[in-house]
Write a protein that binds this ligand. Structure first.
Ligand code: NAG
Ligand code: NAG
Length: 499
């Protein structure tokens, strides 16, 4: 009886007190998405394609890393075969059609197209594969949204420093021009880089991802610096040489949590600091007014660098030339949102000296009421999505936002009610933000199918479709959440029934 009462109250309030489910406050009567709002799903090449050494593909750092260090992957697996999407796009297409998505966000494997990273060798089989995908998507009225780089750096580039060598700006720009030339007649939504903070800090700072560089507070910052310049170089090349003919949009995808103040006093400063150290690090140079890193971040790191005995800052500001190139170099902000945290200032930050944690002087915590997924960092906080969208609206002149990822991990069950709850709550957060004037135009769920989840292997499932790894055809089987998402897309309206 009491349980029924609490459940009813939860359903009525859909409020924060309801810890057992993952829900979000519904404001006003409006449950309908604007007519031109676009729904999609996301994947990435290394996580689904397989065919790691076939048809002329070169090696990426994820190939070399997973082969050299199987012990670093939770289930000792890799992306050699994965969902076999290189051979099974028809099955992915069938799943996409069933969902009735408006767009499909997927990534090109750089080493599949340019095995040496540069244009000395162009792999026609790779071009054929992506042409086939793009043409079939368009024939089915599904718009392709292409990520040019999603973690799988060509090993050829890694040999001489990868993202820490500024020559990557030139390599990426020529790769990008090759893509615009080859596919830009049909691809109109381009994302240069996916989650730079993650592949930089984890790959060049903490030595958790390839290329296993351990240089926190130095090489990871250099990686983000070169990423921003490579992004802007590609953007400027598109605007100068392709935009007039092709008329597409080009942006970058940044992952960020939203942060709430742990203590009541000084809360605005803490939220501002935490946001500038995450989203702002990459977004401020492009979408802010200064064409540079957030001033707070520049000041801290300069100060810290000098007291560590350096004669320069570990995070030098962009010079006038680069500020001009970078500022405004984005037609939209791609946002990957999964979760949020509380933040508080601390005199004893976690992390090494130096490191991102040390520089930011923040410590993070979670709310015990937040429901946890099957990834130790993932808590369901739909309010954070609404609040980060408003933060973007207020800080970056209401730039257009594509939500390029948002998703929930579990154990792969077909009756994935938690994912349905997560999806419903986050779509409500998006709609609340839209109704509050935020210019959000696209929402993409991660992911279409269960896939290779980096160091977690195949142990954490994010798919709307179950991937049957043991069936000979690698069947994609719709979960409950796939039916739910399809109904939302079909009706362009948030449904509150789980049936
Ligand atoms: C810079 O460091 C000095 C001493 O180490 C400190 O007194 C000052 O407040 C710092 N300034 C900033 C902006 O952090
Ligand atoms: C996965 O495939 C195997 C082998 O074909 C089959 O026995 C099993 O029932 C499938 N699992 C699901 C959930 O469909």
């Amino acid at each position: 009886m009491k349980a029924i009462f609490v459940l009813t109250l939860c359903l009525l309030l859909r409020g924060s007190m309801c810890s057992e489910r993952c829900q979000h406050q519904h404001k006003g009567d409006n449950e309908r998405f604007p007519k031109d709002f676009s729904f999609g799903v996301s994947t990435a090449a290394y996580q689904i394609e397989g065919a790691w050494n076939e048809d002329g593909k070169g090696l990426s750092i994820w190939d070399t890393y997973t082969h050299a260090h199987p012990e670093r992957i939770r289930d000792r697996t890799n992306g050699d075969v994965a969902a076999e999407s290189y051979y099974r796009f028809e099955q992915d297409l069938a799943a996409l059609k069933k969902l009735k998505v408006n767009f499909y966000r997927f990534s090109f494997s750089w080493p599949r197209l340019l095995p040496n990273a540069d244009t000395t060798v162009i792999n026609q089989k790779g071009i054929d594969y992506y042409n086939m995908m793009i043409d079939k998507l368009l024939a089915n009225n599904i718009e392709p949204m292409v990520t040019m780089f999603h973690c799988d750096l060509p090993e050829a580039l890694n040999q001489f420093g990868g993202f820490t060598n500024a020559i990557i700006i030139k390599y990426f720009r020529y790769y990008a021009e090759f893509l615009f030339e080859t596919f830009g007649d049909r691809v109109k939504k381009w994302i240069t880089f996916n989650e730079p903070f993650d592949y930089c800090v984890l790959g060049y700072g903490k030595s958790y991802f390839p290329p296993l560089v351990h240089s926190p507070g130095v090489a990871d910052y250099l990686c983000m610096d070169n990423t921003l310049r490579a992004h802007a170089a590609a953007y400027r090349a598109y605007r100068a040489n392709y935009f007039q003919r092709q008329g597409g949009k080009i942006g970058i995808t940044i992952s960020s949590r939203f942060y709430y103040a742990q203590h009541k006093s000084g809360d605005e400063d803490v939220v501002e600091r935490a946001m500038q150290y995450s989203l702002g690090w990459l977004a401020n140079p492009i979408f802010g007014k200064t064409g540079n890193y957030p001033q707070l971040v520049l000041d801290d790191i300069r100060n810290n660098s000098l007291s560590e005995g350096l004669s320069w800052s570990r995070l030098p500001p962009f010079n006038e030339f680069w500020s001009k190139v970078i500022r405004g170099a984005g037609d939209f902000l791609g946002l990957n949102y999964y979760t949020s945290r509380y933040a508080a200032l601390t005199k004893t930050p976690a992390g090494e000296i130096p490191s991102w944690e040390y520089d930011s002087q923040l410590q993070y915590s979670v709310d015990e009421k937040w429901k946890q997924g099957n990834s130790n960092w993932l808590y369901c906080v739909p309010q954070g999505l609404e609040d980060i969208l408003k933060w973007i609206r207020d800080h970056y002149d209401n730039v257009e936002v594509f939500i390029t990822e948002n998703g929930w991990s579990d154990y792969g069950q077909l009756e994935d009610t938690e994912r349905v709850d997560f999806l419903q709550a986050h779509l409500q957060a998006v709609l609340n933000a839209v109704n509050d004037g935020c210019k959000v135009t696209h929402y993409s769920h991660w992911s279409l199918i269960d896939n290779f989840e980096w160091n977690m292997g195949y142990t954490q499932k994010y798919g709307l479709y179950y991937l049957n790894m043991t069936s000979p055809n690698k069947d994609r089987i719709a979960k409950k959440s796939a039916y739910y998402y399809r109904s939302v897309i079909d009706g362009r309206k948030i449904l509150h029934s789980l049936n």
